[in-house]
Design a protein around this ligand. Structure first.
Ligand SMILES: *Cc1c(COP(=O)(O)O)cnc(C)c1O
Length: 376
């Protein structure tokens, strides 16, 4: 927890669960990415945390933005980024949204099939497209499955199709899976990208850009390599697979930009057992899967949790949220160790929750308001 967040909580004493985000940490993260990958443009993935203050800070620092909808494009514009700093990076777009983005001035689009290329050729003629290739996401704690991307062999045809329809076949993108703890995972993806570059060149199409995606981790319970390790591994792989003809590169950090900048303060609503002889206690917080902690799905992301009793002995607990839905359990298969002296009414701090929390919280499920957010 930063001093600024500690002071904010001590003086403002906000009621109910809330996420407090320290902009100084976001600034540090941006500068670290910019310094570590100096020849790479940063496109912040807006979905990770679209708070206007975050977007404004990043726009002022010179960041570009990866967006997934017209609403996100408008947020980036409102923050001060021109359309030349916005990528419409969702591979699944309505044709009228492509037209709207193009009208606004956006001319960089992600695709992963010829059907999407045809929409863009009609609604945003002459634009630049990059084709997303499938990446298996192994090593990532929040893998992105097969939903986005196509096989590299298909990417060649998709880009050629774009070229024939008068679009600019700009390059290749991939995402190695979110919370990717292995910097070497970019190597195989870059090998694949270089293969697509080569095959396109043989068809007379000169690609220029590789979008390295997101995946840069935030430290939760386990340690993660520093951004520098990612920068070195990526640069090494670029050299290995592209030689001296390095493509233009971009990164799209989301979690790695804002995750460690935010913290949730929550409250213990109930501590109980299911049978007198049970060892495991159930600890119910005033925040759960529907209040912003959706990434605990399948217990994928394990947040560090601090209490005022952390010096005491700890015992295993099932941790759950407050709503009347049995899916609203955070950690059960792998119980969470919490202090035996933890009591009803205690505050708990859930750390590294600046990414993928506020916008994942339901609007009024069971009457609980959306997660409050304070950006300081
Ligand atoms: C979500 C997303 C990102 C951000 O991923 P992180 O793992 O949070 O860095 C980047 N690019 C695209 C296309 C995305 O959908």
């Amino acid at each position: 927890m930063t001093d600024r967040i500690r002071d904010f909580l001590a003086t403002r004493r906000p009621d109910g669960p809330c996420m407090v985000l320290d902009l100084d940490v976001v600034r540090d993260n941006y500068l670290t990415f910019a310094r570590t990958l100096p020849d790479t443009r940063v496109f912040y993935a807006v979905k990770a945390n679209p708070a206007p203050e975050v977007l404004k800070l990043l726009a002022d620092l010179g960041s570009s933005f990866d967006t997934a909808s017209v609403a996100e494009i408008e947020m980036a514009l409102d923050a001060g980024a021109g359309p030349d700093r916005i990528s419409f990076g969702n591979t699944i777009k309505k044709e009228r949204d492509i037209a709207r983005a193009f009208e606004i001035g956006v001319d960089l689009f992600a695709v992963d099939c010829v059907e999407e290329v045809e929409k863009i050729a009609r609604a945003a003629p002459g634009s630049k497209v990059f084709c997303r290739v499938l990446c298996d996401g192994s090593g990532a704690e929040w893998p992105l499955s097969k939903k986005f991307g196509c096989a590299p062999e298909m990417a060649i045809d998709v880009l050629e199709h774009a070229h024939r329809l008068g679009l600019v076949a700009h390059g290749v993108s991939f995402h190695v899976g979110s919370q990717q703890r292995d910097p070497e995972m970019w190597d195989r993806a870059l090998e694949m990208a270089a293969g697509v570059f080569h095959a396109c060149a043989e068809r007379g199409i000169g690609l220029g850009m590789v979008n390295l995606g997101g995946g840069f981790p935030t430290k939760y319970l386990k340690d993660v390599p520093a951004v520098e390790a990612y920068g070195q591994a990526i640069f090494g792989s670029l050299r290995r697979h592209f030689g001296n003809r390095l493509p233009e590169t971009i990164i799209e950090p989301g979690r790695g930009m804002v995750g460690n900048a935010g913290m949730i303060q929550a409250e213990v609503v109930l501590i109980s057992k299911k049978a007198a002889e049970d060892e495991v206690r159930w600890v119910y917080l005033d925040i759960g899967k529907f209040g912003g902690l959706a990434e605990t799905m399948d217990e994928a992301i394990r947040y560090p949790i601090r209490t005022e009793h952390d010096h005491d002995d700890k015992a295993p607990c099932v941790l759950a949220g407050p709503t009347c839905d049995s899916a609203d359990v955070l950690y059960e298969k792998d119980p969470y160790y919490l202090p035996v002296s933890l009591s009803i009414g205690d505050k708990v701090l859930i750390e590294a929750t600046g990414a993928y929390t506020t916008t994942y919280s339901a609007v009024a499920f069971n009457g609980f308001p959306p997660l409050k957010s304070y950006v300081i």
